[in-house]
Design a protein around this ligand. Structure first.
Ligand code: GLC
Length: 608
């Protein structure tokens, strides 16, 4: 606790006001400790569960997947069938009515959205999943609240103390200064960083939209209040708290207001607090920023921040490899970003958000490309505006002047299923399926745990029906957030269907992964450079034994000259592909890898 108090003083100073706030914080912590149930306290002894090979997640929207909490519980068998052991439930806390950014505008952190059921129903849901050994992760929107949140409503009614919970100014002088250096998050949908409220004659910091008010973390009572909410959720029995949009949590004039150093102190404090109250709970950080900034949110062994981070960079690198048939960026990045042994990645190939093409620019330059033009290539490729592109994604937040854009679309649509189906070309349909399976195989092999985006397991395509919904039609990201099609899901059992090929392959890969210790989140990994850039080789090292993943990102068969692997692998020469059972002898001169094929190689002597 001394460490926590020292950090608190570092952030908030040593004034009497800080002392009072600190007393309140200590009360919040001690109350939460005594409110934690014995059942949860028993779980707290198992702290590092998220490293286990059998952790395989799925992200879903409750209403789109199963209407409500009861419906969700009734689908437990579906998760079991696929092998899912962790669910990330998209925002479920009570959000404002009408437009609410998919629930990321929270009105009450201690209640749930009535459309899903009551708080009691939620508690029963948590228990039902715990009984089935399925972990739960929920969103904790920490950077901002809905303007209908109690603090915001009081602030809007003129309560001066509550106005201190937000960042607001009487004139536009300071807001204008901020606007000079702070980029807009959603320039088309929500231009500028401030909103003027005539009721109180104030300009309020609203990074994401007019109805999401940024919190003022310079006020210790904001920190305390958000700690209290976080611990409340942890004590309901949540296993992972997803800290939303953390790079925005601290603002300073004349900066970009992204990733500022104090945020790391705030997150470190959150980690110390949750370690004190609920040590088995893990913090998952969502920071979709430059790769070298993402890794900083792991902190270090001594200054732990988030145990888990979104591996946004891996997602971009995977799509880059498919479009360019060049895996060098993937290979460079796999060796570049080292994370402390307290941390692990959450690997995903699609999620509810758009894809921002933020990649390692230095590496792109080293590869001989111009970063701006390369980004343009990816934007155009994935919106289908590039000759020969297989993708059917859509541009998001397109900037007419710079031509910058992000990309929307489901995994299947981005990897070519729509175009293949339109042309009724069974070869192309198979190719698209193979790309989807390759993408899944890589996020299952990579250090960390995989998070499948609901619908991808049955190759769900883009869906335009959101355009008919008034609360969704202005937000292009709904194109990849469709209602789950249970009718189509039935086809996962019919051999020969697209749904079968994708679901069954993923299910097998999950099953294999679960039984292999070397997928433990602490086993290190590095890439082995190969002559053919379409091929990617990732080595995982566990208990001093090396395992290999091989991936072909092109539609052509490729020759892997095995001398490249022999140089690296001195202890074992014979491997088994644990997916197909094939034996691979690396003393041979070459190995042919089929289009979009992937192999998971385990040294054979281990079996003897
Ligand atoms: C995160 C969410 C995104 C949301 C934003 C604001 O980035 O993933 O969907 O719009 O935060 O809460």
């Amino acid at each position: 606790m001394n460490k926590l108090l020292a950090l608190y003083e570092k952030v908030y100073g040593q004034s009497t006001k800080t002392k009072q706030a600190m007393t309140q914080l200590l009360d919040i912590i001690s109350n939460a400790k005594s409110n934690r149930s014995n059942e949860l306290k028993a779980l707290d002894t198992h702290k590092n569960w998220y490293f286990q090979s059998d952790v395989v997640g799925m992200t879903l929207y409750i209403d789109l997947f199963s209407t409500d909490f009861k419906g969700l519980v009734s689908k437990i068998d579906y998760f079991k069938e696929l092998g899912i052991t962790l669910l990330h439930l998209m925002p479920l806390l009570k959000s404002r009515d009408g437009e609410n950014d998919g629930g990321y505008a929270v009105e009450d952190y201690q209640d749930v959205n009535p459309q899903f059921g009551t708080l009691e129903d939620f508690k029963k849901t948590i228990k039902a999943f715990r009984d089935q050994q399925i972990y739960l992760c929920i969103d904790y929107v920490i950077n901002h609240v809905a303007k209908e949140h109690a603090w915001a409503k009081k602030a809007l009614a003129g309560d001066l103390e509550m106005q201190q919970m937000f960042i607001m100014y009487d004139t536009d002088e300071i807001p204008n200064r901020y606007n000079q250096t702070v980029p807009e998050v959603l320039p088309n949908k929500s231009p500028g960083n401030f909103t003027y409220y005539p009721e109180i004659k104030k300009y309020i910091f609203t990074s994401f939209s007019e109805f999401q008010w940024d919190l003022n973390f310079k006020n210790p009572y904001v920190f305390n209040g958000m700690v209290e909410n976080m611990l409340y959720l942890a004590n309901l029995g949540i296993n992972i708290i997803r800290l939303d949009a953390i790079p925005f949590m601290w603002k300073e004039l004349d900066t970009s207001c992204r990733n500022l150093p104090t945020i790391h102190l705030l997150i470190e404090m959150l980690n110390l607090i949750k370690d004190e109250v609920c040590p088995s709970v893990a913090l998952l950080g969502e920071a979709i920023v430059e790769p070298h900034e993402i890794v900083k949110y792991f902190g270090s062994r001594i200054h732990t921040e988030c145990e888990i981070m979104y591996n946004a960079n891996l997602m971009v690198d995977i799509y880059n490899s498919f479009a360019a048939r060049d895996t060098r960026l993937l290979a460079i990045d796999a060796n570049l970003y080292h994370i402390p042994d307290t941390g692990t990645w959450m690997n995903y190939v699609r999620c509810h958000d758009d894809i921002g093409w933020g990649f390692n620019e230095k590496a792109i330059e080293e590869m001989g490309f111009n970063p701006y033009l390369h980004k343009q290539f990816l934007i155009n490729f994935y919106s289908g505006n590039f000759d020969g592109s297989f993708a059917s994604g859509e541009n998001y937040q397109y900037n007419d002047i710079t031509k910058d854009a992000r990309t929307n679309g489901t995994l299947a649509s981005l990897l070519g299923l729509d175009k293949a189906l339109e042309s009724s070309d069974s070869f192309q349909i198979n190719t698209a399926i193979n790309r989807i399976n390759l993408a899944h195989s890589l996020i299952l092999f990579y250090r960390g745990f995989p998070m499948i985006y609901s619908g991808d397991e049955i190759a769900t395509k883009n869906d335009q029906s959101y355009l008919n919904d008034l609360s969704k039609k202005n937000e292009g990201r709904w194109v990849h957030r469709p209602f789950f099609d249970w009718h189509r899901a039935e086809r996962r059992h019919i051999i020969g269907t697209i749904e079968y090929h994708v679901f069954d392959t993923l299910k097998n890969l999950i099953e294999i992964r679960k039984h292999q210790e070397f997928f433990d989140g602490r086993s290190i990994q590095y890439s082995i450079p190969l002559y053919d850039h379409a091929l990617f080789c990732l080595a995982r090292v566990y208990k001093e034994i090396t395992y290999l993943g091989l991936f072909n990102f092109s539609e052509h068969s490729k020759t892997l000259y095995l001398d490249q692997l022999r140089q690296q692998l001195t202890t074992h020469k014979t491997f088994e592909d644990i997916i197909t059972g094939k034996t691979i002898d690396i003393n041979q001169s070459e190995l042919i890898i089929a289009p979009y094929e992937y192999l998971w190689l385990k040294p054979i002597t281990l079996k003897e």
